[in-house]
Write a protein that binds this ligand. Structure first.
Ligand SMILES: NC(=O)c1ccc[n+]([C@@H]2O[C@H](COP(=O)([O-])OP(=O)(O)OC[C@H]3O[C@@H](n4cnc5c(N)ncnc54)[C@H](OP(=O)(O)O)[C@@H]3O)[C@@H](O)[C@H]2O)c1
Ligand SMILES: *[C@@H]1O[C@H](CO)[C@@H](O)[C@H](O)[C@H]1NC(C)=O
Ligand SMILES: *[C@@H]1O[C@H](CO)[C@@H](O)[C@H](O)[C@H]1NC(C)=O
Length: 250
């Protein structure tokens, strides 16, 4: 059956039998994405404002003297606010619902890593990047470039689907130069996401951030390879130059 079909309207005769499985409480994907994104946003800010019981009491509600800490907070918040707005206004989510219990699994990881990164970046004893302002700026440029790229890809993917329809098309580069990477990879949104996190790592020079970047890269490669394979299967004329996530490499 298709997801949308309602039981009463299905064409069944008197002899047909039905087998059901109750999937338990369900959430829409939109709700899932929103909880996934709102968590890290709020958690990070709790560390940024140094709420009590996080660092030692004398640091409660103080703020860091390093400019990069404030910049990192802006970038981190921007990243998740962008995701929330995209979920609300850009994505056309085609799949149905997800069991409630999965949300704990999905969110647990994002929320814990956000707390881990935020703890170190906002720590009173945080040390700024080795190469100073220059390194921070380079990280920031990489980050911003990839955020714009990622957004461009999401808009391009949105325009590929008409509302309500489920037909799949091959994404191609559009007039926007940020989408030209579609000539080389199948999932440029993940390529750009990786780039953003590399930028954030360079900017903050913080081990938990580097770790998160690595894990995100592995996870996204798995998704990207799956998507790439399904594109190849679905479209006989799929461009052969494309890799999954890293041009010419992976
Ligand atoms: N298990 C997986 O293979 C898998 C893969 C990717 C993402 N995810 C989940 O997605 C979240 C973050 O990834 P993301 O930001 O790239 O989001 P995403 O799930 O890729 O973004 C939602 C959009 O992706 C498509 N989509 C994603 N997975 C789909 C699936 N299994 N079946 C059909 N359509 C799917 C939908 O459009 P289209 O249907 O047109 O693609 C939808 O518009 C994670 O929480 C993760 O759990 C899971
Ligand atoms: C990222 O790109 C892949 C491949 O085009 C797509 O399946 C997925 O839905 C995209 N993610 C978002 C959030 O649009
Ligand atoms: C980029 O796209 C991915 C998947 O489409 C999304 O999960 C992620 O939050 C986006 N990253 C950035 C840096 O905006």
């Amino acid at each position: 059956c298709k997801d949308e079909e309602v039981l009463q309207t299905l064409p069944v005769g008197t002899t047909a039998s039905f087998y059901f499985s109750d999937l338990g409480p369900q959430l829409t994907w939109g709700t899932v994405f929103l909880t996934e994104c709102a968590g890290p946003l709020i958690i990070y800010l709790m560390f940024y404002f140094r709420l009590p019981f996080i660092y030692s009491p004398k640091y409660d509600f103080t703020s860091s003297k390093h400019w990069v800490v404030h910049l990192a907070c802006i970038c981190h918040s921007f990243h998740y606010i962008k995701r929330i707005l995209e979920t609300l206004f850009v994505h056309r989510i085609s799949h149905g619902t997800m069991p409630l219990r999965n949300i704990f699994k999905n969110c647990g990881y994002y929320w814990c890593t956000a707390a881990w990164m935020a703890y170190y970046i906002n720590h009173p004893l945080y040390t700024t990047p080795y190469y100073g302002q220059q390194q921070v700026n380079i990280g920031l440029y990489i980050f911003l470039f990839c955020q714009v790229g990622n957004f461009s890809i999401h808009v391009a993917l949105r325009n590929l689907k008409s509302p309500g329809s489920k037909t799949k098309k091959i994404p191609y580069p559009t007039k926007n130069p940020f989408t030209w990477i579609f000539w080389l990879v199948s999932c440029p949104n993940y390529t750009y996401e990786l780039g953003s996190w590399i930028g954030f790592t360079v900017m903050t020079q913080c081990v938990p951030v580097a770790f998160f970047t690595l894990v995100a890269f592995i996870q996204m490669s798995v998704w990207a390879k799956g998507k790439h394979r399904s594109y190849l299967k679905e479209f006989r004329d799929y461009p052969t130059l494309r890799s999954s996530i890293l041009p010419f490499i992976l």
